[in-house]
Design a protein around this ligand. Structure first.
Ligand SMILES: [Zn+2]
Length: 304
């Protein structure tokens, strides 16, 4: 049985599974983040560092790790003028995760989720990327990642429905299971797809309507303030019969520029308890969460 099948069975049996915490913010904390390509450039220059962070998360109790390939798609690498390195960066991204699993002796259990994104650092969420263009970007990145044997694909920071549908279709072409990671903002009236003051007219409800008949293995609210994640999960739970989960970041009130120590593990845990009550079956952390947060979640989930 594959690691992914084992995971699916545990979820079906009612377990809540622990995912890892922030990767880009952890690279940033260690002084290696790129001003142009975020965590994409460091994947090429510091693969060992990425492997070490994966390893720390596994040792903290994470049973799912996400590859550091959120920023290694063509759209992001282009910003740094290194778009010719898409193949190499994604190869290294898979290798770092596989190596970390090997070093920790968790090859038969830890699930590797291959992250893909079309996000650009300065892209405006309200400018929609045509479906066909997004599909091409995902096809290229996923084609490279698939060679390294991921257990599942996770589309991250999805802030447009066209983009969400493109990642679902690109994964299906490769016959890989796919998770959808939606990012949300609260604009005072409702929850919209988007990030930090940048959002279009597509609400979370619109997104759930658009994917309701799609073959998606899990829906996540991710890279979303902890305050907005619970309300988001409430909407997901009413519109999605399958698995869903959350990996959120700092509170709405915290500026992204003060990311380190933006939220204490115990504070994060209090939010996670609410998400579990809402039915979240996979819980981890996004920007600003660290191995300490994952350890705190592990102790709670394992009842110690
Ligand atoms: Zn994040």
């Amino acid at each position: 049985m594959s690691n992914f099948e084992k995971l699916q069975r545990r979820i079906a049996a009612g377990e809540t599974i622990l995912m890892d915490g922030g990767m880009g913010s952890e690279i940033e904390r260690r002084g290696m983040i790129s001003s142009t390509t975020w965590s994409g450039g460091p994947m090429l220059t510091h693969p060992e560092l990425v492997k070490d962070i994966h390893q720390e998360y596994i040792e903290a109790g994470a049973e799912i790790i996400i590859t550091n390939t959120f920023a290694t798609g063509r759209d992001m690498l282009e910003v740094g003028g290194i778009e010719h390195k898409v193949a190499e960066a994604n190869k290294l991204g898979m290798e770092a995760a596989v190596q970390a699993r090997k070093t920790t002796g968790t090859e038969d259990s830890v699930v590797i989720a291959a992250s893909v994104s079309t996000m650009r650092p300065k892209a405006h969420a309200e400018v929609p990327v045509p479906y066909e263009k997004a599909l091409d970007t995902y096809r290229e990145q996923l084609g490279e990642l698939a060679k390294g044997g991921p257990d599942v694909v996770v589309g991250e920071m999805l802030v447009r429905i066209s983009d969400t549908l493109a990642v679902i279709d690109a994964a299906a072409e490769l016959e890989l299971p796919v998770w959808v990671g939606l990012s949300l903002v609260w604009d005072g009236k409702g929850l919209y797809l988007g990030i930090q003051d940048r959002h279009g007219n597509e609400s979370l409800q619109d997104a759930m309507d658009a994917i309701k008949d799609k073959d998606v293995a899990a829906v996540f609210i991710m890279h979303t303030p902890v305050d907005d994640t619970g309300p988001g999960l409430e909407i997901v739970s009413k519109n999605w019969a399958g698995t869903f989960g959350a990996y959120a970041h700092f509170p709405r009130s915290v500026s992204p520029s003060s990311l380190p120590d933006a939220i204490e593990p115990q504070q994060y845990l209090n939010y996670a308890k609410v998400w579990k009550e809402s039915g979240a079956r996979i819980i981890g952390g996004c920007c600003g969460t660290r191995p300490d947060h994952i350890r705190t979640l592990r102790d709670w989930l394992s009842g110690s």
